[in-house]
Ligand binder design. Structure first.
Ligand SMILES: [Zn+2]
Length: 271
């Protein structure tokens, strides 16, 4: 599943090729994604010019003077910029074709993604307005975050994944950040000291920033007709490593389930 670093990499990969371009035509081969595609994408978007491509949580925001195209990649979505004459393959559901005959092509085999349109300020949109701070921004800091955790008895792993305390910390990154911070994923959020919480915030920022940096090496794939857009391999210390040795202490990594998500931790290093 595309996580925040992959979405950020997609944003950086497509932005230089579509910013400033005018939309000539939109082709929709499959209407039904997670939600039906907004009709404005066929009726309003053609003729508009793309101002900027930005990201909020795992949403890509394609901004124009008349409104914003909101794209979520769901479980299996990806975007490429290619020549519009290249025939679409299976699962390539949408083409946004520009006046230079390049096209932003959306592929999504499992169809859990979405393409929605809003002409209202983006921060008022129902998918966006409730979102917590961006993990890599200054808004995600100990002084704002710690007080919010004092009434939370939920496992810390659930809290950092819920999108209200902080956005974009997916399952892999939650597992890895908790390992790096030495915090047991089931520990109640309100039972973690301010000092340890500060270590966790730093771990989240470090791991996401590193993943985005690794993604930078795949930017060319977004304009490569053969290449797959780069969802890249992470260096993982605990995720997917049940029964293997901890990279720090050699103890066997344990696996459990928290909030229906696979959870991996070292019973010796994390407490
Ligand atoms: Zn260990």
């Amino acid at each position: 599943m595309p996580e925040l670093p992959e979405v950020e990499t997609t944003c950086r990969g497509i932005a230089p090729h579509i910013e400033g371009k005018q939309v000539a035509k939109v082709i929709i081969r499959q209407q039904q994604l997670r939600w039906p595609i907004s009709p404005e994408i066929s009726t309003v978007l053609p003729s508009l010019t793309i101002n900027t491509v930005t990201r909020r949580a795992k949403y890509l925001l394609i901004n124009t003077d008349e409104g914003t195209l909101i794209i979520h990649l769901g479980m299996s979505g990806s975007l490429r910029v290619i020549n519009a004459d290249i025939a679409a393959e299976k699962h390539e559901h949408i083409d946004i074709i520009f006046n230079d005959n390049n096209c932003l092509r959306y592929k999504d085999p499992r169809r859990f993604g979405c393409l929605l349109w809003t002409s209202a300020p983006i921060n008022e949109h129902k998918l966006i307005h409730h979102l917590g701070p961006e993990p890599l921004s200054k808004a995600f800091n100990i002084d704002d975050f710690y007080p919010k955790t004092r009434s939370k008895k939920a496992p810390i792993k659930s809290l950092i994944m819920d999108g209200q305390a902080v956005v974009g910390v997916g399952n892999i990154y939650a597992n890895e950040a908790l390992f790096q911070a030495g915090i047991h994923p089931k520990r109640a959020a309100n039972n973690i000291s301010k000092k340890r919480m500060e270590v966790l915030i730093l771990a989240i920022k470090t791991i996401l920033a590193k993943a985005i940096e690794q993604g930078g090496t795949t930017l060319k794939d977004f304009v490569n007709s053969e290449g797959k857009p780069g969802y890249f391999q992470q260096t993982l210390n605990v995720y997917g490593r049940a029964k293997q040795s901890c990279t720090t202490c050699n103890t066997g990594i344990k696996q459990t389930v928290i909030g229906q998500r696979s959870t991996f931790y070292c019973p010796r290093c994390q407490h």
